[in-house]
Design a protein around this ligand. Structure first.
Ligand SMILES: Nc1ncnc2c1ncn2[C@@H]1O[C@H](COP(=O)(O)OP(=O)(O)OP(=O)(O)O)[C@@H](O)[C@H]1O
Ligand SMILES: [Mg+2]
Length: 423
């Protein structure tokens, strides 16, 4: 950047100096050069803007291209079930747009870069013509005309270098704008009180949640005492996940009150709340890196011992059998792992945190019964004094729960012990 700055400075200085020299040498000849300036300015502006527009389009289609490939690869197993022609058609369309934008972008690149040259040729032919006439008339020497043309060449050269610099700026601008767009996405509010510990209870008071004019939770009233292990059951789509998502601030626009001890959840900062809530959700997120780094995402300064302990508690022993141990790489979106292995990585993360509330939303569904029992026992023992909410379709998982909540159509229709509810 510094070199670029110095170069820019030198070129601007050269341009200014050469303009003075040329005016001093022969202002009449220089006037002819100036006549070509509007032509140059017009094409510069026109092609420059086109170039910027297509740079942006190339960026957009490139990102569409990679996104598509990413999705296809990450959902490979599912994609295989779709018709191949359908997928190929979409891909071809994206590919064609990408190619079209690239081609246009390259074309305007050439037009833009040659605009100074073309304008200069026009000016030079005018200067040679007018200079020639003056030489014949004895007003100018051949030497003077050539010196003028040489000086003009230096000016044009510097202008071209400046123009290339501007081209870079025009190409880079859309990229920078795209990055800024992502960075500028609305941030979740960080104000509010710092949530530290749950002393007594979590309480939902007449809580309803409406999304797109449709209630997905309706008048939920429930009290969960600190330290209880609570099972949540109900048919698919009955609102179980939405019920727990409210606790870690995924939805903020609920009606009614959610109290943590005696304070409304919305009064706490989301960041502090999430630090104290550990979640294994239905959608496991694993990124393309080592197992170790996939765990560090929740606690960057965790020691190796802590990581190994967490993996053991989650019965993720497949990691230790691998030659690289916790440095074992998992593929893009965890593709080299089985569903159950991915889940165990996600479960291990909760043991690394020091949460007040633990939420397991179908987090053990891909495990065999024996492994699930081991993992659930780890959770019950390790978090014995913490509040734990477990959503499960396999009811046996919830046998040890102190209390079960039964949801149907967004309503909490029954609550009681495992036995009470005859599960
Ligand atoms: N972000 C959302 N936008 C629109 N509708 C939603 C959204 N989230 C959930 N829903 C709807 O709300 C209802 C409850 O969803 P929720 O995920 O809470 O159900 P669930 O009981 O966890 O189901 P499952 O057992 O299948 O996980 C469903 O009908 C779902 O389609
Ligand atoms: Mg769910």
């Amino acid at each position: 950047m510094i070199f670029l700055g110095i170069d820019l400075f030198t070129q601007i200085f050269t341009v200014v100096a050469m303009v003075f020299v040329l005016v001093y040498m022969d202002w009449k000849l220089f006037t002819i050069f100036l006549v070509a300036t509007p032509l140059f300015a017009l094409s510069f502006n026109y092609f420059g803007n086109k170039r910027k527009k297509y740079s942006q389009k190339v960026q957009e289609s490139a990102s569409e291209y990679t996104q598509f490939l990413n999705q296809v690869i990450s959902g490979l197993e599912t994609v295989k079930l779709f018709k191949k022609e359908f997928i190929l058609n979409i891909f071809e369309k994206i590919n064609q747009t990408f190619f079209k934008n690239q081609r246009k972008s390259a074309l305007y690149d050439v037009f833009f870069l040659s605009s100074i040259e073309v304008a200069s040729y026009f000016a030079a032919s005018g200067i040679i013509l007018y200079g020639g006439i003056r030489i014949i008339n004895g007003e100018l020497t051949t030497g003077a005309l050539f010196s003028f043309l040489s000086a003009l060449l230096i000016l044009v050269n510097s202008l071209q270098i400046l123009q290339r610099g501007l081209l870079q700026v025009k190409v880079i601008t859309p990229i920078v704008e795209r990055i800024l767009f992502v960075l500028d996405l609305p941030q979740e509010e960080e104000k509010g009180e710092n949530f530290q510990t749950l002393k007594e209870k979590v309480k939902y008071e007449n809580v309803s949640l409406k999304i797109d004019s449709h209630y997905i939770l309706k008048d939920v009233n429930v009290e969960i005492k600190k330290g209880l292990k609570v099972g949540i059951v109900g048919p698919t789509g009955s609102g179980k996940s939405s019920f727990v998502k409210l606790l870690y601030g995924i939805y903020r626009n609920y009606e009614g009150k959610i109290l943590l001890d005696d304070k409304e959840l919305k009064d706490y900062s989301i960041k502090s709340l999430r630090e104290k809530i550990a979640v294994v959700s239905q959608d496991v997120f694993i990124f393309n890196d080592t197992v170790e780094n996939n765990l560090r995402i929740v606690k960057p300064d965790a020691t190796q011992e802590e990581i190994i302990k967490a993996l053991n508690l989650a019965k993720a022993d497949f990691v230790f059998k691998h030659k690289d141990g916790i440095k074992m790489m998992v593929g893009e979106r965890g593709s080299s792992l089985s569903g159950g292995e991915r889940q165990r990585i996600a479960i291990a993360r909760i043991f690394l945190k020091n949460p007040e509330i633990v939420i397991v939303d179908e987090g053990t569904s891909a495990l065999d019964i024996e492994t699930e029992k081991y993992v659930m026992d780890s959770i019950y023992t390790y978090f014995s004094d913490k509040t734990v909410l477990i959503i499960a379709h396999r009811l046996k998982t919830l046998e040890k729960c102190d209390k079960i909540l039964f949801f149907e159509n967004g309503k909490l229709i029954k609550e009681g012990t495992f036995k009470d509810l005859n599960l």
